[in-house]
Write a protein that binds this ligand. Structure first.
Ligand code: BG6
Length: 352
């Protein structure tokens, strides 16, 4: 699995392996249409007893936690705090009774995440880890482990492990909601059926990659790129922006769309690329109004939304569409064009 299989770089190969990573992670935990977490040792009784969840991670793994905060709070009704592991371990966190810490890590070896795990255990609070590497330190030292099935990830800029982590977190959310009786089995069945459609939808997005490549080469000389969105769209922006700066060396920031005007908007000038993520229908108009604000300062606008929202073209200079899915699962689709953008900008710049 460590060959490039004809792809120019491991990152591109791994971007294309995402349908499989999603499918394999789903298959590991969904048996005959029902979630089965028995391998993780998590029980419904334990999940029901929880009043609060802390999610702790670094980098892209933290960004999947940012998505899970929305899914867990909205679907399972449980309050969630998220922390960078490097902050958590030094802030003397107050961990309340009946809580659990979720540590998310591809490698299972990241020093800050491992230190956060050990600190949690000193507090006597149980730890669930979501980890890709079998038998890694974080997996071994956790009370419960939910493996992701992305296979070995060679590229330092993670793509398929990120996608697999999202699936593990969606499944955990659904099981938590069922345990707490916040969701009927009918609703859970519908969500599981929707999850099943994600691999094919990701394949469809990947088929359209030349369009992203064309746009990326046009913007390869950009100085600054801003990603703006609200709610889950903001969590998507965090990861899109990290992918961009990590491999293209272009300064990029993710901003909660409504926050941009409080100072940072002064950095937007003629030609600054601003990418608006608009997959959450109820926040669409709000984010669009922030995009219009930056356009009046000369920004060049790219809109990322779902098929059907064609009026995005009324205000943007370039638009990218992804298939529709349940709004809670949109990250799995919207992140694909953003990973491709980061990759193709970097290739257009001739970077290694
Ligand atoms: C960083 C990588 O160094 O580590 C990120 O560049 C990654 O892509 C982060 O998300 C955390 O790593 P891990 O293995 O704990 O998920």
């Amino acid at each position: 699995m460590v060959y490039k299989d004809g792809y120019e770089h491991f990152m591109l190969k791994e971007i294309h392996e995402q349908p499989k990573a999603v499918r394999d992670t789903l298959c590991a935990y969904v048996k005959d249409g029902v979630i089965d977490l028995s391998h993780t040792s998590l029980t419904d009784e334990f999940l029901r007893s929880l009043d609060r969840i802390y999610i702790v991670a670094c980098g892209s793994a933290y960004h999947t936690g940012a998505v899970a905060k929305y899914t867990l709070e909205q679907l399972a009704g449980i309050p969630v705090e998220i922390d960078y592991a490097s902050e958590f371990r030094y802030r003397n966190p107050i961990l309340v009774k009946n809580s659990m810490v979720i540590i998310i890590s591809q490698s299972g070896e990241t020093a800050d995440s491992l230190a956060a795990l050990r600190l949690t255990k000193e507090h006597g609070v149980p730890v669930l880890s979501i980890v890709n590497v079998l038998g890694s330190s974080i997996a071994r030292e956790s009370d419960y482990t939910m493996y992701t099935y992305a296979g070995p990830e060679i590229s330092v800029a993670t793509t398929k492990a990120y996608s697999a982590q999202l699936i593990a977190l969606y499944l955990f959310t659904i099981q938590m909601a069922l345990s707490k009786q916040c969701m009927s089995t009918c609703e859970a069945d519908a969500l599981l059926m929707e999850l099943d459609t994600l691999p094919t939808k990701i394949e469809k997005i990947l088929e359209d990659k030349e369009r992203i490549q064309w746009f990326a080469s046009k913007y390869a000389n950009a100085k600054d790129i801003f990603f703006i969105g609200r709610g889950i769209d903001y969590a998507i922006c965090l990861e899109g922006s990290l992918k961009m700066k990590e491999i293209s060396y272009i300064h990029s920031e993710a901003y909660a769309a409504g926050e941009l005007k409080h100072g940072t908007i002064s950095l937007v000038e003629d030609g600054t690329l601003v990418i608006g993520v608009l997959t959450q229908q109820e926040l669409y108009e709000k984010t669009m109004s922030n995009m219009i604000e930056v356009k009046s300062r000369g920004a060049y606008l790219m809109g990322l939304t779902t098929y059907g929202n064609y009026n995005v073209e009324d205000n943007t200079d370039f638009s990218v569409y992804v298939p529709k899915t349940n709004p809670f699962f949109m990250t799995s689709l919207a992140i694909i064009p953003l990973q491709l953008m980061g990759y193709y900008v970097s290739v257009a710049k001739g970077l290694d």
